[in-house]
Design a protein around this ligand. Structure first.
Ligand SMILES: NC(=O)c1ccc[n+]([C@@H]2O[C@H](COP(=O)([O-])OP(=O)(O)OC[C@H]3O[C@@H](n4cnc5c(N)ncnc54)[C@H](OP(=O)(O)O)[C@@H]3O)[C@@H](O)[C@H]2O)c1
Length: 242
């Protein structure tokens, strides 16, 4: 049990999720580092602790419902609360595939964590978030999920069409809108974040930004004041078109 703000970040053993954990830890949160692999997760927790973060490992495979259920039970039992959920875990598939030759199985594989897993984790954590005085849910999306940007022939993503991944992020934005509506009369705020194109295992070495920069908007959304926005989609703390 703790009196601190408790934040769960899924897929926090590396990349943007790790940076979000580090930043929220620096703000004094008790940080639950979600990782599907114990060893990778423990390494991240050890590094965060060495940097002064109150970090704890939570073994969580977002695409495996029993893991989600167990995690929710353990958080309730060990910490008695959850204030912030950052649905960060995600996968991309082979970018060279065209829509016409992307196997359905590949699309399903990406939708499992990015979409179904994100919904499952949100549903499982919601009873605790509802008890928080300032519950915050941040769904990691991508500009690639923006239909406005994707359909603009002169837009930044005109030549970047990764069917399964892009559609999973469009669907994540729809999830944000649906949960924000259901929770509109509660203190809980639900928003989508695009981190920008940043250097991680997913983003690749040629990305212009750093994981730390990518963490800025999700951390801002995770710590919004009571009069902050809900049901929105943001990059660099500014609205992105759906
Ligand atoms: N990097 C970019 O430029 C960029 C741009 C737009 C949006 N995003 C989004 O930002 C988020 C973080 O991306 P990133 O660049 O930091 O990627 P990353 O470095 O590849 O990290 C992805 C994280 O998700 C975890 N993960 C994947 N499947 C999981 C599952 N089933 N259960 C639990 N964890 C799982 C990975 O765990 P393992 O280490 O065990 O694989 C890893 O911790 C993703 O949602 C991504 O779509 C990234």
């Amino acid at each position: 049990m703790t009196d601190k703000t408790v934040s769960l970040i899924t897929g926090a053993n590396k990349g943007i999720g790790y940076e979000i954990a580090r930043r929220l830890g620096a703000l004094g949160h008790c940080v639950l580092v979600g990782a599907r692999d114990k060893k990778r997760g423990q390494t991240a927790v050890d590094q965060l602790k060495a940097g002064g973060v109150d970090a704890h490992l939570v073994i969580l495979d977002v695409a495996y419902p029993p893991s989600v259920e167990t995690t929710a039970m353990l958080i309730e039992q060990d910490y008695g609360r959850l204030d912030v959920l950052v649905n960060n875990a995600g996968l991309i598939h082979d970018r060279s595939l065209k829509p016409s030759n992307t196997p359905l199985d590949t699309i399903r594989e990406v939708f499992e964590p990015n979409f179904f897993g994100l919904i499952g984790v949100t549903q499982a954590m919601l009873p605790m978030l509802r008890k928080s005085p300032a519950g915050r849910i941040v769904n990691m999306s991508s500009g690639l999920g923006s239909l406005t940007l994707q359909s603009d022939p002169n837009g930044p993503f005109a030549d970047f069409k990764v069917l399964g991944y892009d559609c999973s992020k469009t669907a994540v934005n729809a999830v944000t809108v649906h949960f924000a509506y259901e929770l509109r009369d509660t203190p809980i705020k639900v928003n989508s974040a695009c981190p920008g194109w940043v250097k991680t295992d997913m983003g690749g070495p040629e990305a212009p930004g750093t994981a730390e920069q990518g963490a800025d908007t999700p951390v801002w959304l995770a710590t919004l004041p009571a009069d902050g926005p809900t049901g929105g989609f943001f990059q660099d703390r500014k609205p992105l078109p759906w």
